[in-house]
Write a protein that binds this ligand. Structure first.
Ligand code: GRF
Length: 199
């Protein structure tokens, strides 16, 4: 089985990255964590990288313009020779050049059942609020490939959760996040096993 080299990009808590690292450490995932790129120096993701001894790079538009960001992401990605770039709550749009550099092997996770509740502005609690306002009876999480549009690439895995009568956006966010923590690793493992064919 292939052992996949993973690079992470995250802006906030980093709980999805941590869940994947935990699965690698417990032997449930045939992969290695190589680096984190974060645009937020105060992110939980960087804190977690430090604890895990994972090399991290803080690349922000406050310090670098778009071209510099692109060339730094390119050189980090190339120097670690990763198999998959894993977006785990990365709040900036990834330049097309990076998607091309990775030959399309860039994954993202979204806290809804795409193609519903995706696209620009649909992130974080906005998603869960919209789902509840629309009186949906179920929602879920989606792992998908990244293309040039927001939340639009090929869907690799989805899992549903039921919405209860007294659900709040906050309670729903918790439920969905715990599903995310499972399906992101499952998807990567299925890629390593060749059940999902990206290679
Ligand atoms: C998750 O809800 C994910 O779906 C979205 O951003 C959030 C990241 O959470 N893309 P965390 O940083 O992994 O805790």
């Amino acid at each position: 089985m292939k052992k996949l080299k993973l690079g992470f990009m995250a802006s906030h808590g980093g709980s999805n990255m941590q869940a994947i690292i935990n699965n690698i450490k417990s032997g449930n995932l045939s992969a290695s964590a190589e680096f984190l790129i974060s645009n937020n120096s105060n992110s939980g993701a960087i804190e977690k990288a430090v604890k895990e001894g994972l090399p991290y790079y803080h690349l922000s538009n406050k310090t670098f313009n778009d071209e510099e960001m692109k060339s730094r992401i390119t050189s980090i990605t190339m120097s670690y020779d990763i198999d998959l770039l894993i977006l785990a709550g990365y709040m900036k749009k990834l330049p097309n050049e990076i998607i091309d550099l990775m030959d399309g092997k860039v994954l993202n996770i979204h806290p809804a059942l795409l193609p519903k509740y995706g696209g620009k502005g649909m992130f974080g609690m906005n998603v869960h609020k919209a789902v509840i306002e629309a009186n949906e009876s179920e929602t879920g999480a989606t792992v998908h490939l990244v293309n040039e549009k927001y939340d639009d690439g090929m869907i690799l895995k989805q899992e549903k959760v039921k919405i209860s009568k007294d659900e709040t956006p906050e309670s729903l966010a918790k439920k969905v996040l715990s599903i995310e923590h499972q399906i992101y690793s499952q998807t990567i493992q299925e890629i390593a096993e060749g059940k999902i064919k990206l290679f």
